[in-house]
Every structure is written in structure tokens, then in C-alpha cells.
Design a protein. Structure first.
Length: 383
């Protein structure tokens, strides 16, 4: 009984001080009713505003959509007189300060190595460095015979001395020039991918032959069987064809190159071996993993860089072009820098031999070193 009274007294005091009892239920009902009354005029105002906006849009005139002109800036620049003034001011400034300071070199254009190859005089260390001619192979696959061409080692790769590359390239260019000046045949070989255009261009400049496909073994050692059906022609010292000698070409042996330029000796070892057996000098690009004794005139350089091989092929092609120019210039002055190697006879000698033998055809025989014949042959021997 005592506990019940204590709980009742305590409960009345708690409810007396609570916030819930402070707000009566009637006040809640009045507040809710006032909020509902305020929403009705707000909705009416919104409807009125929406209607006024729709009426304004209907009464407004439609504006045309602007058309985009991509050449607007260019047309404005053509009509703007300040553009021409700036151009003339720039040209005037170029003329004034042309001889002052340095001139920036043009950027690298790969096609120029084919359309306008460098000459031997253009060989510089900067050109070879830009062509990556100094990059060799890993030190684990090097050939000790190339130690004299190696400058050092960097990150496990041998670095080729560009001084050696430039010196050997200039020497090879002189060899090609002299062979072409004396009427020799130069064969350019490059059987790797993308080397065909540089090989063909070098052969055109040097008036030689080219090979960008697989070398057929025995083309030199057994050339009569493999190349026996190839067409031959006889030309004079000015490279004019002489058709009156065609009857004597059936018994002539196939021509052999007087010099072979190989851009990738590793894949053409059979070719180099045949050249060595027939005493044909060779020029080759020797990387750090190749054997320099395979060729007669090695050029230490990077044979894996297409730009490097294009530079070397272009330089040697220009050297051959210079040799052909010197040969033709001497021929116009009546100087023949070569002698006939084939045993051909002039038509006058053949006619005199027929009369002497009673109409029987005499086999043409020409003594070695006889320059009395007017024919300068397509296969020539240097003197």
C-alpha cells in the first residue's frame, strides 16, 4: 500500500514538469489547420504565374537559329588588314636578323634519305649519331675481332666509336668512286625488310645492280648455269649501245660484279664466301656481333637501324654517282679509263677476216689490253 501511493505521487510530479503536457491537443489541431489554409493561396499564385509565362511565350516572335561557319575565323583574318601587316613585319624582321645568331636545322624527314641521299662530304658525327650508328649489341654476343671499333659499354650494350665509322665509311666511298670511275659493276645487296628502296636508289645513282631478295647460292661460282639466260649488251665509252656486237654475245661468259656492297652480312654469308673465292672485293656493315674478316672493307655501324643503313647506302650511292660522272667527263675528252675484258672484235675486223678466209667467219679474238676497238663493254676491266 505504501509503495503504490509513492508511485502515484511520483508519477503525477513527472507529468507535471514534462514538455508534452505543456502543449495541449487543441493547440496542435489549430496549428495544422492554419498550415493547410496557407497552402491554398500559394498554389493559386503558382498557377497564375505559369499561365502568364505561357501567354508570353505564345505572343513572342520566334528567333532564327544561328548557323555555324567553321571558316568564319579564316575569312575574318583575310579581310583583317592587321594580318598582312604582321606578315610583312615578320618578313622584314627575318631579313634584318638573318645573319645574326644561329639558324635552327630542319626536323628529321625520313623520305629525304631516299629522295636526296647524303654525299660523302656530308658525313659527320652528328649525322651518324642521329642515325643510331653507334648502338651495338649486347656484350654477351660480341665478336672479339671488333674490339678496335668499340668505344665503350653502357647498360650492357657495346657503343661503337663514331670516329671509326666515319673514317671507314669515307674509305669505302672512295673505293666505290674509283671502281665506278674505271667502269666497274657495283652490286648493292640488302635483303632485310624496308632495305629495298635504299638499295634500289643506290644502284640507280651508281648505275649498278641491286639485290633485295634472297641470294641464290652459286650465282657467282656457277653463274653460267644460273645466269646464262640473262641479256647482255655492248656499250661504248659514253654508254651508248652498240647493236652490231649482238652476234658475238652468245659465246661470252656471264658478267660478275667488280664490287659488292652488302648492308646485312650476317644473312648473306654465302654471297660473301663466293665473292672471296672469285677475288671480288666486298664492302659490308659490321655490327659488334659480326666478323669483320668476312668483307674486304668493313664499316663498323649498327646494321639493325634502318636509318643507319639508309644513310650508308645513300653515301655509297652518291660516291658511285661521282665516279660515273668522272668517267663520262673523261670519255668526252677522249680518255678511256678502262679496257675491254671480253674477247670481242669490231665489225670491220670481222669483215676483213671473212674476205681473207674466203667468206668463212673467223672467231673474234682480241688481245688483252687492245684498245683499238671502239667498243667499251658493259663488263669492263679497270686499268
Amino acid at each position: 500500500m505504501i509503495v503504490r501511493r509513492l508511485a502515484a505521487r511520483t508519477g503525477r510530479s513527472v507529468f507535471a514538469h514534462a514538455n508534452v503536457a505543456a502543449t495541449p491537443a487543441r493547440q496542435w489541431r489549430r496549428t495544422f489547420a492554419s498550415d493547410v489554409d496557407l497552402l491554398e493561396p500559394t498554389a493559386e499564385n503558382s498557377l497564375k504565374e505559369t499561365g502568364s509565362i505561357e501567354i508570353a511565350l505564345e505572343n513572342s516572335t520566334p528567333q532564327p537559329v544561328p548557323v555555324y561557319n567553321p571558316n568564319a575565323a579564316r575569312e575574318a583574318a583575310l579581310t583583317d588588314p592587321t594580318v598582312a601587316e604582321n606578315w610583312y613585319a615578320r618578313k622584314h624582321l627575318e631579313r634584318v636578323i638573318k645573319a645574326v645568331g644561329s639558324t635552327p636545322e630542319p626536323h628529321y624527314q625520313p623520305h629525304t634519305l631516299l629522295t636526296n641521299p647524303p654525299r660523302p662530304a656530308d658525313v659527320t658525327l652528328e649525322l651518324l649519331l642521329a642515325s643510331q650508328a653507334h648502338l651495338g649489341h649486347s656484350t654477351s654476343v660480341w665478336n672479339p675481332a671488333n674490339a678496335r671499333y668499340i668505344f665503350g659499354v653502357r647498360e650492357g650494350i657495346h657503343i661503337i666509336s663514331l670516329d671509326q665509322t666515319a673514317a671507314h665509311l669515307r674509305r669505302a666511298a672512295k673505293v666505290v668512286t674509283e671502281v665506278c670511275r674505271r667502269g666497274g659493276i657495283v652490286l648493292f645487296v640488302g635483303t632485310r625488310n624496308e632495305q629495298d628502296r635504299s638499295v634500289v636508289k643506290a644502284a640507280q645513282l651508281a648505275k649498278g645492280c641491286h639485290l633485295f631478295d634472297r641470294w641464290i647460292p652459286g650465282s657467282i661460282t656457277n653463274g653460267q648455269q644460273i645466269l646464262g639466260r640473262c641479256k647482255l649488251k655492248v656499250v661504248d665509252e659514253l654508254d651508248r649501245e652498240l647493236p652490231e656486237f649482238e652476234t658475238q654475245l652468245a659465246e661470252q661468259p656471264v658478267l660478275k660484279p667488280d664490287l659488292v656492297v652488302c648492308l646485312n652480312p650476317l644473312e648473306n654469308y654465302v654471297l660473301l664466301q663466293e665473292c672471296g673465292q672469285n677475288h671480288i672485293p666486298t664492302i659490308g656493315i659490321i655490327d659488334t656481333d659480326a666478323d669483320p674478316t668476312w668483307v674486304t672493307y668493313p664499316i663498323p655501324a649498327n646494321d639493325d637501324s634502318l636509318r643507319c643503313t639508309n644513310v650508308i647506302a645513300g653515301v655509297l650511292g652518291r660516291a658511285g654517282e661521282e665516279g660515273q660522272r668522272l668517267r663520262l667527263e673523261a670519255a668526252r675528252q677522249g680518255i678511256v679509263t678502262y679496257k675491254s675484258r671480253e674477247k670481242l672484235k669490231s665489225p670491220e675486223d670481222i669483215a676483213r677476216g671473212e674476205e681473207k678466209n674466203g667468206g668463212l667467219l673467223e672467231k673474234p679474238v682480241v688481245r688483252p689490253g687492245d684498245l683499238s676497238s671502239p667498243a667499251g663493254l658493259s663488263g669492263r676491266e679497270a686499268i
